[in-house]
Design a protein around this ligand. Structure first.
Ligand SMILES: NC(=O)c1ccc[n+]([C@@H]2O[C@H](COP(=O)([O-])OP(=O)(O)OC[C@H]3O[C@@H](n4cnc5c(N)ncnc54)[C@H](O)[C@@H]3O)[C@@H](O)[C@H]2O)c1
Length: 438
């Protein structure tokens, strides 16, 4: 375990952010960083840019910005590198995604145009509804991994970055269960040589990143680094990893509301969630096999928060349904509907309706930024392997074998902030507060 008040290497030089997938989320993230740098936007939703952290007693009045409390890379020091099956540069891709207004994109057009995606490692079997011409070819999956490592080395050389992190912002891959090839690093490496079908493209990028000592975060629900082979590699290379699946729209709301119901011991009979989405992500999720990966990720949160095993009379038989409909007219502007059938005193039923008109990539972009900066911090602190303190950002947080993940957003937030306090040797905050009444 990292000691309290551990030595943290300074964030000197630039930080390279490596992005497999240059679609709506990546380009909204990059354009946002470029606009904020020029004072043309505010990084709303980003804890690293706008969040504060309370220190000491409530009477101490100490609540610095997180960015002043821990040494994070500055936005001015960020550089970007991406891969995609489509050759569109970041400006073209951002225009196509239609999230950030064209007049704003125009202001950072030159910088966006300079980000041209490298050929991708791609296998259509894993993303059935997409295909594009910008792909690598190689006789084996090992060859492909080596090509990604060469890309990483070339980017480091050409950009002069001091450190890098990789955040998977590529499409959701089809559902995959763990197999023997994922069980340990030796089997995985044999699988790279024998083109094992259970090694997906996202795993190839992750393997390349970890081999190069680059921390990895997974923004999609694919297994990717959530397999023992990658955990072993992350430990061997002393690199932090985390995932899976950015927690944005409907699941974010679910993990805000459900802890409240549970805290007040209100029962649940059912939670029906449906939404419409018209972007490329929606098109990919229209394939039932990709949706299954997403569904597993979305369904698990309630069970863990509500703990029917401890409260069978409140939560034993609730029905939980989640669906996503691809509906092109809405583009990236998702609309979600939730009907929650709750039960109160003496069993009387009540209903809660939530209608969230959100913007998917606007919610996801700050998470990419925070994950990149916090993973870089973790690396400079000597933290390695699974970073459970970053669960705050994920629908399916990766945890050590045998541990259930925390889904309650407020527990996740407390865990994150207490980790930062621990790193700085500050007292952890328990919210006990009895001392104020002695
Ligand atoms: N936006 C959100 O709120 C949100 C929330 C949770 C998870 N996610 C996930 O984040 C990911 C990105 O979302 P998005 O809205 O930007 O989707 P998008 O479709 O706009 O972008 C994904 C990009 O990845 C590319 N791609 C697919 N396979 C690739 C590969 N093997 N290598 C390189 N590029 C590849 C696609 O061509 C596409 O351009 C998706 O997996 C999505 O499920 C998004």
């Amino acid at each position: 375990m990292i000691e309290p008040g551990t030595e943290i290497a300074p964030a000197e030089g630039s930080l390279g952010i490596l992005l497999p997938g240059l679609g709506a989320v990546s380009t909204t993230f990059i354009a946002g960083v470029l606009l904020v740098r020029q004072g043309l936007g505010t990084p709303i939703g980003s804890l690293t840019q706008m969040g504060t952290i309370r220190l000491g007693k409530r009477t101490d009045d100490r609540a610095p910005f997180i960015r002043d409390f821990v040494p994070l890379a500055k936005l001015d020091s960020l550089q970007f590198c991406a891969w995609d099956i489509f050759p569109d540069n970041a400006y073209e891709s951002a225009l196509r995604a239609g999230v950030v207004a064209p007049e704003l994109l125009e202001k950072v057009r030159g910088e966006l145009e300079s980000i041209v995606p490298l050929p991708a490692v791609f296998e259509k079997r894993f993303v059935k509804n997409l295909d594009g011409p910008n792909q690598k070819s190689g006789a084996t999956k090992r060859d492909l991994a080596e090509q990604v490592m060469a890309d990483i080395d070339a980017f480091r050389e050409r950009s002069g970055v001091a450190r890098m992190v990789m955040v998977w912002c590529g499409s959701t891959e089809t559902f995959q269960a763990r197999t023997a090839v994922h069980a340990d690093l030796a089997s995985f490496e044999q699988g790279l040589d024998s083109n094992d079908p259970a090694i997906s493209p996202s795993m190839i990028y992750a393997y390349a990143a970890l081999q190069r000592g680059v921390p990895f975060a997974n923004g999609a629900p694919n297994l990717t680094v959530d397999i023992p082979a990658m955990v072993e590699l992350a430990a061997a290379r002393e690199v932090p990893i985390c995932g899976k699946d950015f927690k944005t729209g409907q699941t974010l709301m679910k993990t805000i509301i459900a802890p409240g119901l549970k805290a007040r011991l209100l029962g649940l009979e059912g939670w029906f969630s449906t939404n419409i989405l018209g972007n490329r992500d929606g098109e990919v999720l229209d394939d039932p096999e990709s949706f299954k990966t997403k569904e597993e990720s979305k369904l698990s949160v309630l069970d863990v928060i509500l703990r029917a095993d401890l409260h069978p009379e409140l939560y034993r038989d609730y029905v939980h349904k989640v669906s996503i409909h691809y509906y092109p007219p809405r583009g990236d502007n998702k609309e979600g509907w939730d009907n929650i059938d709750v039960v109160g005193w003496l069993g009387y039923p009540m209903q809660i309706k939530v209608n969230f008109l959100c913007r998917d990539s606007i919610l996801a972009a700050p998470l990419v930024l925070d994950l990149a900066l916090f993973l870089d911090l973790a690396q400079r602190c000597g933290m390695r392997g699974i970073q459970e303190w970053l669960s705050f950002y994920f629908k399916s947080p990766q945890t050590a074998e045998g541990l259930y993940p925390e889904h309650d957003l407020f527990i996740q937030s407390m865990k994150l902030k207490n980790t930062l306090r621990h790193l700085r040797g500050e007292d952890l905050i328990t919210h006990l507060g009895l001392e104020y009444y002695d």
